[in-house]
Design a protein around this ligand. Structure first.
Ligand SMILES: [Fe+2]
Ligand SMILES: [Fe+2]
Length: 293
């Protein structure tokens, strides 16, 4: 427990995060970095960038509600402190991705309408499954749903987005790099804290596995809808990224500059599900395949 206490202490968070990889950043990127003109002047790409950033805001608002909601449900002080740091991380993620929407031209007065109109309905359903557990004060299910399922998904989505934006949009890639480092810490907490609780409460397994199955179903539906919308924008983004020197961008063996949207969806889903299986196994749960997938 002492390693656990220091690894997830506020002191450690201060040193590694605000005084570490975030030092000197402005909304997660270097001061002065901006969205590239080739994106801002291209209507197809701009639409797509706004759409995908809305999904990030929706996911991060859910993470903020979940991590803050779980503080009072946590059975020990070390977990409460960690979740307090996570709450601030998630609030920062909400802020930086919202700031990106403004950088892409979304006015403050339009923000909530834009989010409501463009939120992927499957992602909204995914969030509802998790927040129902949080609202009930169910710490074990809430941490599995948030720190393993939601954040395992976010981690891979951010990594894929970072790899495809590195050449064309360093500002966004840098913003993502800080969130990836944060998510890695959050996922680590989930694994370390929850394994022992599940061993103490084996009777909870079936219900938690059902939640994972429901969340996985909505996640795969989210990916499926995201990659069948705006297919023109993917090709356009690949063309500009290749021009900017990103022709070799690879992620898990897939060339992001030439992959079709279907191939990108497949590599993303495959990567996330493999991660789920490994992490669930480490905490003593068995991955459940959603129906029809
Ligand atoms: Fe987050
Ligand atoms: Fe997180």
């Amino acid at each position: 427990m002492s390693d656990f206490l220091s690894a997830y202490s506020i002191q450690n968070w201060l040193e590694s995060c605000p005084q570490g990889y975030l030092e000197g950043t402005e909304y997660g990127h270097a001061p002065g970095e901006r969205e590239p003109d080739s994106l801002l002047e291209n209507e197809t790409l701009l639409e797509q960038a706004i759409n995908s950033t809305v999904q990030l805001v929706v996911g991060e608002r859910c993470a903020l509600a979940a991590s803050s909601g779980l503080i009072n449900a946590a059975p020990d002080v070390a977990s409460k402190r960690f979740l307090a740091t996570q709450t601030l991380d998630e609030a920062r993620h909400v802020e930086i991705f919202t700031q990106r929407l403004h950088d892409l031209g979304v006015k403050k007065s339009e923000l909530e309408d834009v989010i409501q109109q463009r939120a992927n309905p499957h992602l909204v359903a995914f969030a509802e499954v998790l927040l129902e557990k949080v609202d009930k004060g169910d710490f074990v299910a809430g941490v599995v749903g948030q720190n393993i399922v939601l954040e395992g998904m976010a981690f891979s989505v951010f990594e894929m987005m970072k790899a495809s934006n590195e050449a064309l949009n360093p500002k966004f890639a840098h913003t993502l790099a800080g969130t990836i480092a944060d998510e890695r810490r959050h996922v680590g907490f989930g694994e370390n804290r929850i394994g022992s609780l599940i061993r103490q409460h084996p009777e909870r397994k079936a219900e938690i596995e059902q939640m994972q199955k429901d969340m996985s179903y909505h996640m795969l539906a989210t990916f499926s809808l995201a990659f069948t919308q705006n297919t023109d924008a993917y090709a356009e983004g690949q063309r500009l990224s290749a021009q900017a020197g990103g022709g070799d961008a690879e992620w898990h063996g897939t060339n992001l500059a030439t992959a079709t949207p279907q191939e990108m969806e497949a590599v993303l889903a495959d990567t996330v599900l493999k991660e789920f299986k490994v992490r669930l196994d480490r905490i003593g749960l068995e991955y459940q395949t959603p129906a029809g997938m």
